[in-house]
Design a protein around this ligand. Sequence first.
Ligand code: FES
Ligand code: FES
Length: 182
Amino acid sequence: MRVVTLRINGDEREIAVRDHWTLLEALRYELGLTGSKQGCDKGDCGACTVLVDGEPTLACVTLAVLAEGREITTIEGLAPRHRASGGEGADPLQEAFDRCGALQCGFCQPGTLLSARALLDRTPRPDREAIRAALAGNLCRCTGYTQILEAIELAAGEAAGVEVPTPEWMADLRRAEGTSRP
Ligand code: FES
Ligand code: FES
């Protein structure tokens, strides 16, 4: 075992890890940060995605010892990060996923949200191809992806103060519910 200091969601956490432990194992089983999901555990599905120095990183194939000194953001830190920068409530991407119904079982959502946040941080108004490319490593077995793409476009458009066209399915839902809630 060796003691490492990890900077996670703005806090310094000191833990003892074995050299072969992954960052995902350290997060989930030593620090109790279970928002990062353990899916394939071999780099294929993206469910374990966290941000390391702002870059989407697969925690299941990253050694915990190599993350020392880096800035790590997990899904637990996304809303606090937004509030620390002057926002209110959850990250706008989380709100947009909720409003667009961009999830079913939710297993992929932490990783997808973090990949999307990294994209919007470096490219505030990505086109749909850029969104698809940024999310290429985040697999979702439930949604069919359309509402995920729409949610990211919605968050990006609103951040830029641009009116985002209402998806046809959402317009139908509003009519059915007799509501103007976006
Ligand atoms: S759990 Fe890491 S890529 Fe699937
Ligand atoms: S919502 Fe179930 S895997 Fe994406």
